[in-house]
Design a protein. Structure first.
Ligand SMILES: [Zn+2]
Length: 294
């Protein structure tokens, strides 16, 4: 196990952060705006989000760099600023953490499909290498390849991330099939765990796609397939569209009440994805350590 990851998991469940997009929207980000560009134009507001998570008790915070790869950014005519946006993303989270939380830098999917030939493996590899290097060079503690729907793309991103020497978390979306226990491409938790472990991931995970109840079977099946630490970031239940915005139906308390079960099933890192905010992170802390919050 990577020493940094070992250090974390030996202390018990690690609380990560929640969603960033909705928090940035609450601070003025428009629905069609590219959130990562705010690292350059509104670093103060991005920093507020990071700080809100640290204050809520996140021991690990991510970075506002989910979409900052050249494939996604090419469409935004911002590809020349890949390095800068990633570097600032790490710096903003680092400054907000002030040593109280580790900074795991976010790498999201390209938005293109390998299978249909929309993008080549070679182009994807270059894009992930560029982003991973920028994040590592700026001082990230670890890299998180997240919200992946295609195991082939996840493996390319993992390989690029591993080249930096940092520990790497790879987290996929399980939201397909009758039981919502497969990725978009049909891979099971067992296959994902075995493939990513074999490919050198330090932590395997699941995020987004469904509410916290659906994460229990995925966690159990991950644990049966691998001894690697498990990272989970469920959504806050199911979305309903209200005034053009997705509203999620789980309360922070409902979400937090499901966390002990995930811990029992072998989870090591827990936070939230869509619909979760700092109040969810604080609720997890209260649920796990009630005496500390009286
Ligand atoms: Zn999500």
């Amino acid at each position: 196990m990577h020493p940094l990851i070992q250090q974390f998991v030996s202390r018990g469940l690690v609380i990560t952060d929640g969603a960033w997009g909705t928090e940035l929207q609450a601070r003025g980000l428009g629905l069609g705006d590219f959130p990562d560009a705010w690292n350059l134009t509104h670093p103060d507001r991005v920093g507020e989000v990071a700080r809100a998570y640290v204050e809520a008790g996140s021991q690990v915070i991510l970075t506002n760099t989910f979409g900052a790869n050249r494939v996604r950014m090419a469409e935004l005519a911002a590809a020349s600023r890949v390095e800068e946006i990633n570097r600032r993303g790490v710096e903003i989270s680092r400054e907000a953490a002030r040593g109280r939380a580790a900074v795991f830098a976010s790498i999201g999917p390209s938005g293109k499909l390998l299978l249909s030939g929309e993008i080549s493996e070679a182009d994807l590899r270059v894009a992930f290498q560029e982003q991973a290097r920028a994040l590592a060079g700026a001082g990230a503690d670890a890299l998180v390849v997240e919200t992946m729907t295609d195991l082939a793309e996840a493996r390319l991103a993992l390989a690029a991330a591993l080249e930096t020497g940092l520990p790497v978390v790879v987290s996929m979306v399980f939201d397909t099939g009758k039981e919502k226990d497969r990725t978009m491409m049909g891979d099971t938790p067992e296959r994902v765990a075995a493939t990513l472990a074999q490919a050198g991931a330090h932590v395997i995970g699941a995020n987004c796609g469904q509410g916290i109840q659906g994460f229990a079977p995925v966690c159990r099946r991950f644990r049966s397939a691998t001894a690697l630490p498990i990272w989970l970031k469920p959504n806050a239940g199911l979305p309903a569209i209200v005034d053009g915005h997705a509203r999620y139906n789980a309360s922070p308390e409902e979400f937090a009440n499901a966390v002990p079960e995930l811990l029992r099933l072998g989870a090591n890192f827990i936070g939230g994805c869509c619909g979760t905010g700092p109040d969810f992170i604080a609720a997890i802390g209260r649920r796990l350590n009630p005496e500390r919050h009286e």
